[in-house]
Design a protein around this ligand. Structure first.
Ligand code: PDD
Length: 283
Protein backbone atom coordinates (compact mmCIF):
# COMPACT_ATOMS: atom_id res chain seq x y z
CA UNK A 1 0.00 0.00 0.00
CA UNK A 2 1.37 3.38 -0.97
CA UNK A 3 2.06 5.67 1.98
CA UNK A 4 1.05 9.25 2.30
CA UNK A 5 4.10 11.34 3.08
CA UNK A 6 4.45 14.97 4.12
CA UNK A 7 6.66 17.25 2.02
CA UNK A 8 6.94 20.96 2.66
CA UNK A 9 3.34 21.50 3.66
CA UNK A 10 1.71 18.96 1.32
CA UNK A 11 0.34 15.46 1.86
CA UNK A 12 1.28 13.37 -1.18
CA UNK A 13 1.48 9.69 -2.22
CA UNK A 14 5.07 8.50 -1.77
CA UNK A 15 5.59 7.99 -5.53
CA UNK A 16 4.72 11.63 -6.18
CA UNK A 17 6.85 13.14 -3.39
CA UNK A 18 9.78 15.28 -4.54
CA UNK A 19 12.33 17.66 -3.05
CA UNK A 20 14.59 20.16 -4.77
CA UNK A 21 18.02 18.99 -6.01
CA UNK A 22 19.27 22.22 -4.38
CA UNK A 23 18.06 21.24 -0.91
CA UNK A 24 21.04 21.64 1.43
CA UNK A 25 20.03 18.46 3.23
CA UNK A 26 20.77 16.59 0.01
CA UNK A 27 23.88 18.57 -0.99
CA UNK A 28 25.50 19.23 2.42
CA UNK A 29 23.80 16.96 4.97
CA UNK A 30 22.62 20.31 6.34
CA UNK A 31 19.66 19.11 8.33
CA UNK A 32 18.46 17.25 11.39
CA UNK A 33 16.03 14.42 12.02
CA UNK A 34 14.05 12.53 14.63
CA UNK A 35 12.69 9.01 14.79
CA UNK A 36 9.58 8.70 16.95
CA UNK A 37 8.20 5.27 17.78
CA UNK A 38 4.52 4.50 17.33
CA UNK A 39 2.89 1.86 19.54
CA UNK A 40 -0.82 1.08 19.29
CA UNK A 41 -1.20 4.09 17.00
CA UNK A 42 0.29 6.50 19.56
CA UNK A 43 3.53 8.50 19.65
CA UNK A 44 6.07 7.39 22.26
CA UNK A 45 7.91 10.14 24.13
CA UNK A 46 6.81 12.83 21.69
CA UNK A 47 7.76 15.70 24.04
CA UNK A 48 11.34 14.45 24.45
CA UNK A 49 11.83 14.04 20.70
CA UNK A 50 10.35 17.46 20.02
CA UNK A 51 12.61 19.08 22.63
CA UNK A 52 15.68 17.45 21.07
CA UNK A 53 14.55 18.44 17.56
CA UNK A 54 14.30 22.07 18.63
CA UNK A 55 17.70 21.87 20.33
CA UNK A 56 19.35 20.32 17.24
CA UNK A 57 17.82 23.03 15.04
CA UNK A 58 18.91 25.81 17.35
CA UNK A 59 22.51 24.46 17.51
CA UNK A 60 22.60 24.77 13.70
CA UNK A 61 20.86 28.19 13.61
CA UNK A 62 17.83 26.84 11.80
CA UNK A 63 14.51 28.30 12.98
CA UNK A 64 11.98 25.58 13.78
CA UNK A 65 9.25 25.76 11.14
CA UNK A 66 6.65 24.59 13.69
CA UNK A 67 5.72 24.84 17.34
CA UNK A 68 5.52 21.74 19.55
CA UNK A 69 1.72 21.74 19.22
CA UNK A 70 1.94 21.93 15.41
CA UNK A 71 4.50 19.10 15.26
CA UNK A 72 2.19 16.98 17.39
CA UNK A 73 -0.78 17.62 15.10
CA UNK A 74 1.30 16.90 11.98
CA UNK A 75 2.69 13.65 13.35
CA UNK A 76 -0.70 12.48 14.57
CA UNK A 77 -2.19 13.33 11.19
CA UNK A 78 0.59 11.37 9.46
CA UNK A 79 0.02 8.31 11.68
CA UNK A 80 -3.74 8.54 11.10
CA UNK A 81 -3.50 8.95 7.30
CA UNK A 82 -1.26 5.87 7.11
CA UNK A 83 -3.30 3.85 9.65
CA UNK A 84 -0.05 3.07 11.43
CA UNK A 85 -0.38 0.90 14.54
CA UNK A 86 3.26 -0.01 15.19
CA UNK A 87 6.42 1.39 13.64
CA UNK A 88 7.96 4.81 13.41
CA UNK A 89 7.60 8.37 12.24
CA UNK A 90 10.69 9.73 10.48
CA UNK A 91 10.91 13.50 10.44
CA UNK A 92 13.61 15.59 8.78
CA UNK A 93 14.15 19.34 8.72
CA UNK A 94 16.78 20.81 6.40
CA UNK A 95 18.07 24.37 6.15
CA UNK A 96 16.36 24.86 2.80
CA UNK A 97 17.22 25.07 -0.89
CA UNK A 98 19.40 27.50 -2.84
CA UNK A 99 22.34 27.41 -5.30
CA UNK A 100 25.14 25.25 -3.93
CA UNK A 101 27.61 27.16 -1.78
CA UNK A 102 29.36 26.32 1.51
CA UNK A 103 28.01 29.51 3.07
CA UNK A 104 24.24 29.74 3.25
CA UNK A 105 21.86 32.66 3.01
CA UNK A 106 20.33 33.62 6.34
CA UNK A 107 16.62 32.99 6.71
CA UNK A 108 16.11 30.26 4.11
CA UNK A 109 12.77 28.48 4.35
CA UNK A 110 13.47 25.12 6.02
CA UNK A 111 12.51 21.93 4.21
CA UNK A 112 10.31 19.44 6.07
CA UNK A 113 9.78 15.79 5.18
CA UNK A 114 7.90 13.21 7.23
CA UNK A 115 6.99 9.60 6.52
CA UNK A 116 6.02 6.45 8.40
CA UNK A 117 7.58 2.99 8.41
CA UNK A 118 5.39 0.13 9.66
CA UNK A 119 7.49 -2.34 11.63
CA UNK A 120 7.01 -4.88 14.38
CA UNK A 121 9.14 -3.39 17.18
CA UNK A 122 7.95 -5.03 20.39
CA UNK A 123 8.11 -8.60 19.06
CA UNK A 124 11.70 -8.56 17.91
CA UNK A 125 13.38 -12.01 17.76
CA UNK A 126 16.71 -10.38 18.61
CA UNK A 127 15.50 -9.75 22.16
CA UNK A 128 15.74 -13.48 22.92
CA UNK A 129 18.98 -13.91 21.01
CA UNK A 130 20.87 -10.74 21.95
CA UNK A 131 23.23 -8.75 19.75
CA UNK A 132 26.76 -9.56 18.64
CA UNK A 133 28.76 -6.34 18.63
CA UNK A 134 32.08 -5.46 17.03
CA UNK A 135 34.07 -2.38 17.96
CA UNK A 136 35.35 0.22 15.50
CA UNK A 137 37.12 3.58 15.80
CA UNK A 138 34.76 6.51 16.23
CA UNK A 139 35.57 8.64 13.20
CA UNK A 140 32.52 10.92 13.35
CA UNK A 141 32.60 14.68 13.84
CA UNK A 142 32.77 16.15 17.34
CA UNK A 143 29.12 17.28 17.73
CA UNK A 144 27.32 13.97 17.99
CA UNK A 145 24.83 15.54 20.38
CA UNK A 146 23.19 17.20 17.36
CA UNK A 147 21.00 14.68 15.51
CA UNK A 148 22.12 15.59 11.99
CA UNK A 149 21.38 13.60 8.83
CA UNK A 150 25.14 13.23 8.36
CA UNK A 151 25.03 9.45 8.98
CA UNK A 152 27.57 8.05 6.52
CA UNK A 153 30.09 6.80 9.08
CA UNK A 154 27.34 5.24 11.19
CA UNK A 155 26.01 3.47 8.08
CA UNK A 156 29.53 2.27 7.24
CA UNK A 157 29.89 1.01 10.82
CA UNK A 158 26.65 -0.96 10.57
CA UNK A 159 27.87 -2.50 7.30
CA UNK A 160 31.27 -3.36 8.84
CA UNK A 161 29.35 -5.22 11.56
CA UNK A 162 27.10 -7.02 9.07
CA UNK A 163 30.02 -8.07 6.92
CA UNK A 164 31.79 -9.38 10.04
CA UNK A 165 28.70 -11.51 10.83
CA UNK A 166 27.68 -9.29 13.77
CA UNK A 167 24.57 -7.16 14.35
CA UNK A 168 26.05 -3.79 15.17
CA UNK A 169 29.18 -1.85 16.09
CA UNK A 170 30.16 0.16 19.15
CA UNK A 171 32.42 3.09 18.43
CA UNK A 172 35.56 3.68 20.47
CA UNK A 173 37.47 6.92 21.02
CA UNK A 174 40.66 7.22 23.12
CA UNK A 175 40.12 3.65 24.31
CA UNK A 176 36.59 4.35 25.56
CA UNK A 177 33.22 3.35 24.09
CA UNK A 178 31.18 6.32 22.89
CA UNK A 179 27.96 4.69 21.61
CA UNK A 180 26.51 2.30 19.02
CA UNK A 181 26.04 3.26 15.38
CA UNK A 182 22.39 4.13 16.09
CA UNK A 183 21.96 3.55 19.82
CA UNK A 184 23.42 4.27 23.26
CA UNK A 185 25.64 1.64 24.93
CA UNK A 186 25.51 0.31 28.52
CA UNK A 187 27.11 -2.31 30.73
CA UNK A 188 26.03 -3.75 34.07
CA UNK A 189 28.64 -4.84 36.62
CA UNK A 190 27.14 -6.18 39.83
CA UNK A 191 24.47 -3.62 40.75
CA UNK A 192 26.11 -0.82 38.78
CA UNK A 193 24.62 0.43 35.52
CA UNK A 194 27.39 2.16 33.57
CA UNK A 195 26.91 4.39 30.51
CA UNK A 196 28.76 7.37 29.08
CA UNK A 197 27.63 10.74 30.40
CA UNK A 198 25.78 13.14 28.10
CA UNK A 199 27.99 15.62 26.24
CA UNK A 200 29.20 16.34 22.72
CA UNK A 201 30.62 12.81 22.28
CA UNK A 202 27.24 11.04 22.08
CA UNK A 203 23.65 11.60 21.12
CA UNK A 204 21.59 12.07 24.24
CA UNK A 205 19.06 9.35 23.52
CA UNK A 206 15.45 9.96 24.48
CA UNK A 207 15.21 6.26 25.35
CA UNK A 208 18.42 6.66 27.39
CA UNK A 209 16.84 9.38 29.53
CA UNK A 210 13.76 7.24 30.15
CA UNK A 211 15.76 4.09 30.93
CA UNK A 212 18.13 5.89 33.32
CA UNK A 213 15.10 7.15 35.23
CA UNK A 214 14.05 3.50 35.70
CA UNK A 215 17.46 2.34 36.98
CA UNK A 216 16.76 2.87 40.68
CA UNK A 217 13.42 1.03 40.68
CA UNK A 218 15.13 -1.85 38.87
CA UNK A 219 17.64 -2.04 41.73
CA UNK A 220 20.55 -0.52 39.81
CA UNK A 221 22.95 2.19 40.85
CA UNK A 222 23.73 4.62 38.04
CA UNK A 223 27.31 5.46 37.06
CA UNK A 224 27.50 7.94 34.17
CA UNK A 225 31.03 7.60 32.83
CA UNK A 226 32.77 6.10 29.81
CA UNK A 227 33.88 2.44 29.89
CA UNK A 228 36.52 0.47 28.01
CA UNK A 229 35.98 -2.50 25.68
CA UNK A 230 37.77 -4.74 28.20
CA UNK A 231 35.38 -3.57 30.93
CA UNK A 232 32.43 -4.40 28.68
CA UNK A 233 33.82 -7.85 27.95
CA UNK A 234 34.19 -8.51 31.69
CA UNK A 235 30.71 -7.14 32.57
CA UNK A 236 27.76 -9.22 33.75
CA UNK A 237 25.43 -7.76 31.13
CA UNK A 238 25.40 -5.27 28.30
CA UNK A 239 22.67 -3.66 26.21
CA UNK A 240 21.82 -0.80 23.88
CA UNK A 241 18.86 1.57 23.76
CA UNK A 242 17.13 3.47 20.97
CA UNK A 243 13.62 4.56 20.03
CA UNK A 244 13.11 1.56 17.74
CA UNK A 245 14.88 -1.18 19.73
CA UNK A 246 13.92 0.03 23.26
CA UNK A 247 16.30 -1.97 25.49
CA UNK A 248 18.16 -4.61 23.46
CA UNK A 249 20.57 -7.08 25.11
CA UNK A 250 24.16 -7.45 23.87
CA UNK A 251 25.68 -10.94 24.23
CA UNK A 252 29.14 -10.62 22.67
CA UNK A 253 31.64 -7.81 22.13
CA UNK A 254 34.38 -8.55 19.58
CA UNK A 255 33.58 -12.27 19.93
CA UNK A 256 33.92 -12.33 23.75
CA UNK A 257 30.84 -13.51 25.62
CA UNK A 258 29.25 -11.10 28.11
CA UNK A 259 28.36 -13.04 31.27
CA UNK A 260 27.08 -16.46 30.18
CA UNK A 261 26.50 -15.26 26.62
CA UNK A 262 22.71 -15.03 27.08
CA UNK A 263 20.56 -11.88 27.34
CA UNK A 264 20.82 -10.76 30.95
CA UNK A 265 17.97 -10.58 33.50
CA UNK A 266 18.44 -6.88 34.31
CA UNK A 267 18.30 -5.88 30.63
CA UNK A 268 15.11 -7.92 30.32
CA UNK A 269 13.62 -6.19 33.36
CA UNK A 270 14.58 -2.72 32.09
CA UNK A 271 13.01 -3.52 28.72
CA UNK A 272 9.74 -4.57 30.38
CA UNK A 273 9.65 -1.50 32.63
CA UNK A 274 10.52 0.80 29.75
CA UNK A 275 7.82 -0.66 27.46
CA UNK A 276 5.24 -0.42 30.21
CA UNK A 277 5.88 3.26 30.84
CA UNK A 278 6.27 4.02 27.09
CA UNK A 279 2.81 2.58 26.43
CA UNK A 280 1.31 4.39 29.43
CA UNK A 281 2.78 7.76 28.39
CA UNK A 282 2.23 7.49 24.60
CA UNK A 283 -0.05 10.17 23.12
N1 PDD B 1 18.97 6.48 16.25
N2 PDD B 1 22.92 7.32 19.38
C1 PDD B 1 22.82 7.42 18.05
C2 PDD B 1 24.07 7.67 17.27
C3 PDD B 1 21.57 7.30 17.41
O1 PDD B 1 21.49 7.40 16.07
C4 PDD B 1 20.42 7.03 18.19
C5 PDD B 1 19.05 6.91 17.58
C6 PDD B 1 20.56 6.92 19.59
C7 PDD B 1 19.39 6.66 20.50
O2 PDD B 1 18.54 7.77 20.59
P1 PDD B 1 16.99 7.61 20.88
O3 PDD B 1 16.88 6.82 22.13
O4 PDD B 1 16.49 9.00 21.05
O5 PDD B 1 16.38 6.89 19.70
C8 PDD B 1 21.83 7.08 20.15
C9 PDD B 1 17.68 6.45 15.59
C10 PDD B 1 16.71 5.49 16.19
C11 PDD B 1 17.90 6.27 14.10
O6 PDD B 1 18.76 6.96 13.59
O7 PDD B 1 17.18 5.49 13.45
Amino acid sequence: MSRTVYVNGDWVPEEAATISVFDRGFLMADGVYEVVTVLEGKLVDFAGHCRRLHRSLSELDIASPHTEEEWLQLQRDLVHRNRLREGLVYLQVTRGAEDRDFAWSEGLTPGVVMFTQARSLVDNPLVERGLDIITIDDLRWQRRDIKTVQLLYSSMGKMMAKRAGAHDAWMVEDGLVTEGTSNNAYIIAGRRLITRQAGHAILQGITRTAVLALAAETGLELEERPFTVAEAQAADEAFVTSATTFVMPVVTVDGVKIGDGQPGPMARKLREHYLQQARDAAI
